[in-house]
Design a protein around this ligand. Structure first.
Ligand code: NAD
Length: 398
């Protein structure tokens, strides 16, 4: 089978196993080049197959030499249908980490379910004993309530009034205007149910009750704030409401972790191309401009670089504990993105960009390349004309 990218509505439906392996290896090599560090040794990551969660798993394993338990919800391959990128990424990570003598356990399940929590607990008890670092890094479109069985869907919409904004088709470079209609109160509520802090809190309660969080264990979830031009649809919209809820959950979790002297944190990360961010209106255009500005200023970071800085400069490196935070107690890994000179330059480009000058002003190629690479395409050194055997496409080594 020759695998090509099939993209619909900014979602890539195929993935390339060899390309995914190459991009995982690239991240591992980057981390190895940064040298070893002292850090957590028994790590649980929810959302470990892609984006920020995968990057954190790689730093944990290849900088801190941690054993890792990763939870993700990915599609396995079949003879004539590729697996999802996260599936191949997890396989690649597993091969590399095992070859380095590290403990690796994977659970492919819906993290919102009680079954996933039970399976995680059993795996911790059997193999790890306890966990000292738990990263909650989910980006999910829906959640089934584990008690009532009700299904909730998250939407990305403004609240109160419609929002019109420029947007870019990153495949063609076409810049247009889109209007997003406001969410209904039910949609706001449902988005908070999916992407807010409730499930993170349930996880902490469950792991605390079971006694598998080690003395001094730390946990973290990831948030985003962003600039004025995405505010209506992101921070002041449904997803921002969910992020505000997630951020408020920290206080309650830190109290709950008090008996083990544990701590919960929020890290506000940088806007990056991932599978999740590509589907948010206005965000691909903002990211394309941000990349142009940050690359020019030598400030650009990708997922692995952000996570490397989080571990070394904030959590486990020289500045611990406690890490430097903003006045609301959040770690700000978006510090370089939100620098006034960066935002001023992005604002200027945002005002001037149109369909005619988009490719000159914005790093649309950079966005597209990173998007493709998240799915294993456009990686250097991979022969994309190679006819892959069914065993490689439908690999099920997990
Ligand atoms: P991603 O799409 O790259 O990865 C999402 C992960 O969640 C995958 O591993 C996927 O398998 C897992 N997942 C989804 N539904 C699941 C479920 N039901 N059960 C178990 N696992 C599930 O996303 P990302 O961009 O890395 O986002 C991770 C977190 O970082 C999110 O909370 C996001 O809001 C936050 N964040 C992202 C950005 C950005 O620009 N990408 C910026 C700041 C913060």
């Amino acid at each position: 089978m020759i695998i090509e990218p099939v993209i619909r509505d900014n979602v890539c439906l195929t993935a390339h196993p060899l390309g995914c392996e190459a991009q995982v290896l690239e991240q591992i090599n980057y981390i190895k080049s940064q040298g070893p560090m002292t850090g957590p040794k028994r790590v649980l990551i929810i959302g470990a197959s892609n984006g920020y969660g995968l990057a954190a798993r790689i730093v944990s394993a290849f900088a801190c030499r941690a054993d890792t338990l990763g939870v993700a919800f990915e599609r396995p391959g079949r003879a004539k249908r590729t697996a999802s990128a996260g599936w191949y990424n997890t396989e690649a990570f597993t091969r590399q980490a095992r070859a380095s003598g590290l403990g690796v356990w994977n659970i492919n399940a819906d993290a919102f379910s009680n079954e996933a929590k039970e399976e995680v607990l059993e795996t911790i008890r059997t193999h790890l004993g306890q966990i000292d670092w738990f990263l909650y890094s989910i980006a999910a479109p829906r959640r089934k309530d584990p008690v009532t069985g009700d299904l909730f869907s998250s939407v990305i919409k403004p609240i109160g009034e419609p929002s019109t904004s420029k947007t870019v088709n990153f495949l063609t470079g076409e810049v247009t205007e889109v209007t997003a209609q406001p969410a209904s109160p039910t949609e706001v509520e449902q988005t908070v149910k999916v992407m807010g802090g409730e499930d993170w809190s349930l996880w902490i309660q469950y792991l605390m009750d079971a006694g598998v969080l080690a003395q001094g264990a730390r946990t973290m979830a990831l948030s985003y704030i962003g600039p004025e031009c995405t505010r209506a649809v992101y921070r002041d919209g449904t997803i921002g409401r969910a992020k505000a809820h997630l951020e408020q959950t920290v206080g309650e979790l830190t109290q709950r972790l008090e008996p083990i002297k544990g701590q919960a944190w929020i890290s506000v990360n940088k806007a990056l191309v991932t599978r999740a961010s590509a589907v948010i209106p206005a965000v691909p255009l903002y990211i394309s401009l941000l990349y142009r500005v940050m690359k020019a200023k030598g400030l650009h970071e990708n997922c692995i670089q952000q996570m490397n800085r989080l571990y070394r400069d904030f959590l486990f490196g020289t500045s611990v504990p406690p890490p430097k935070t903003d006045d609301q107690g959040r770690i700000r890994l978006d510090d370089w993105e939100m620098r006034e000179d960066v935002q001023e330059a992005v604002r200027d480009l945002w005002d001037r960009i149109n369909d005619g000058n988009a490719r000159q002003l914005a790093d649309i190629e950079g966005f597209k390349q990173e998007f493709l690479r998240h799915h294993g395409f456009d990686m250097p050194g991979i022969d994309y004309m190679q006819d892959l055997g069914e065993d490689i496409v439908a690999s099920n080594a997990l």
